[in-house]
Design a protein around this ligand. Structure first.
Ligand SMILES: [Zn+2]
Length: 520
């Protein structure tokens, strides 16, 4: 693909990994507090160690605010597998204080009072503590009243939290905690959306409730892993105690050089250096990915290094300093695996005739957010036959992108609306002709369907010359570190990738949108 075909030169921001929520275990708390203190000490040491910290910091400080909230589908991760079995050389580098961890007390649905324990900090003067789910009340105040607040008390809580909590985003499974003194007076109210989004209103010395977001310390540990691929990259990552969510990072990073739909084979190998983020010792999600390697007979050997040049967004670069990305999101969804590649000659499994598959199918849970692959203007937003709920976006340079089988279309996404890259436009579903939840992602160039994996992924730009020497130093170090990672054998039962979420009927995928309205 020629350089001028690059759709546009939008800045690509590093995508935070989808979080994987696992309940906090109470027994680990005390031990992890101690670890936390040790970790904090390690931070100071790490910060003093120059190059590594300089590389790490920008990534950590950049845009890691996305947290999957309860109720949204989580990407499956290997539970119980050791996450630290072979990372002896990877000391915790940094701790970034986000919010304080809170324990979800068992819901006391009967309204009974629960005695205070030493697990969660409690407001001075409070003697009882009670936690109940937000539930299905029609709003924040009704929920508080249903939880036992008087109208006056609920108003007091609202006044205290109105600037820190977005009441419109409350969900039934969110947790409300009341801490009261002996006379029943509310001393502290806590609103817990998930493990990293906790808010409180505490009665201050002035007698009024003061609201704030609670800070939960997140520990970051750098881990290095590598292994051989058996059935699928996802299985291999799983087998090595890594989450399948990292599949998306590999595909996202290497899709300009490796076609993960056709070129991956058993015996391929991967290596990765990545931060694990934990709260009180419990795995929360993957954080910064520092370096990746994928080697295969068909794909060749490739390494990519995350780097944040001065005055630029962090991104993955190859060893020469060329960006791995061409200005588009190559994966408009955090998906589990690529279930069906673009294939103009696909033989229909039942009809035994060639029926092209005019896009990429990304298998993902229903409800997974779908992002605009690049900025553009909505040209279709609604049902369209076999496509189910479909969104079309017109982009620069004659490109149009299509997102089919959506379970829903985001509010405000209408024809004529302009969207930004990575703006959530809808959610994965299985509407229309579809065999399971997946995103069908189609791309047109000047009216004809083209392979998104090829056309979106032209070679990126070279890093500014001034940044190259420092980048190449760090890439050399990371490359050497990658090379030292031992490769674990492939999973014993190397099953073929799970068939999930496809459309089966390629010809029905002919997304053919009527003449789009003029941009206005
Ligand atoms: Zn499809």
């Amino acid at each position: 693909m020629a350089a001028e075909e690059t759709p546009h030169a939008g800045i690509r921001t590093h995508r935070p990994l989808p979080s994987v929520d696992i309940p906090v275990l109470r027994g680990d708390r005390q031990a992890s507090r101690t670890r936390q203190m040790i970790t904090t000490a390690a931070v100071v040491a790490a910060l003093g160690s120059g190059a590594a910290a300089a590389l790490v910091l920008p990534g950590l400080l950049g845009g890691h605010g996305e947290v999957r909230r309860p109720g949204e589908p989580a990407v499956p991760v290997a539970l119980g597998a050791p996450h630290h079995s072979d990372d002896a050389g990877s000391a915790p580098l940094l701790v970034l204080v986000a919010q304080r961890p809170m324990i979800a007390a068992p819901p006391t649905l009967d309204g009974g009072l629960r005695p205070l324990d030493d697990v969660t900090p409690t407001a001075p003067g409070a003697s009882t503590r009670r936690t109940i789910p937000f539930g299905h009340a029609g709003g924040f105040q009704p929920a508080l009243i249903a939880a036992g607040s008087t109208r006056e008390e609920s108003q007091e809580v609202i006044d205290a939290l109105t600037r820190v909590l977005d009441f419109r985003r409350c969900r039934p499974e969110d947790q409300l905690t009341y801490e009261r003194d002996g006379a029943g007076k509310l001393m502290r109210f806590e609103y817990r959306a998930d493990r990293t989004h906790v808010y409180e209103a505490v009665r201050g010395s002035a007698g009024t409730l003061v609201g704030r977001q609670v800070e939960v310390p997140i520990q970051r540990t750098r881990v290095t892993k590598g292994g051989y691929v058996g059935g699928s990259l996802g299985d291999a990552l799983d087998h090595n105690g890594l989450g399948r969510s990292l599949v998306g990072v590999f595909v996202d990073t290497f899709s300009s050089v490796v076609n993960f739909g056709t070129q991956t084979r058993s015996g391929d190998a991967f290596r990765v250096i990545v931060d694990e983020e934990r709260i009180d010792g419990e795995f929360l999600r993957y954080g910064q990915v520092y370096a990746l390697e994928y080697t295969g007979a068909r794909s060749g050997a490739h390494q990519a290094f995350f780097y944040t040049p001065h005055d630029a967004e962090g991104d993955f670069f190859d060893e020469t300093g060329r960006s791995m990305h061409g200005g588009w999101l190559r994966t408009p969804v955090a998906y589990d695996h690529l279930s069906s590649p673009f294939d103009p000659h696909r033989m229909h499994p039942v009809l035994h005739r060639v029926m092209p598959h005019n896009g990429l199918d990304f298998a993902a849970s229903s409800g997974t957010p779908v992002w605009a692959a690049a900025e553009g203007t909505i040209i279709w937003a609604g049902e369209k036959g076999a496509n189910g709920n479909l969104i079309g976006i017109r982009h620069a340079d004659g490109f149009e992108s299509y997102y089919a089988h959506l379970s829903r279309i985001e509010r405000g996404i209408h024809v004529g609306v302009e969207v930004r890259q990575r703006q959530v436009i809808g959610a994965v579903g299985t509407t229309g002709r579809s065999t399971g939840p997946h995103l069908h992602f189609g791309l047109k160039r000047r009216g004809a369907f083209v392979d998104p994996a090829r056309h979106l992924n032209g070679p990126g730009r070279m890093m500014a010359a001034a940044a190259l020497p420092a980048f190449r130093r760090s890439a050399r170090e990371l490359g050497a570190e990658l090379g030292r990672i031992p490769l674990a054998p492939a999973p014993a039962s190397a099953n073929a990738p799970t068939p999930a979420g496809g459309d089966g009927f390629g010809d029905e995928e002919e997304v053919d949108v009527p003449t789009p309205p003029r941009r206005h």
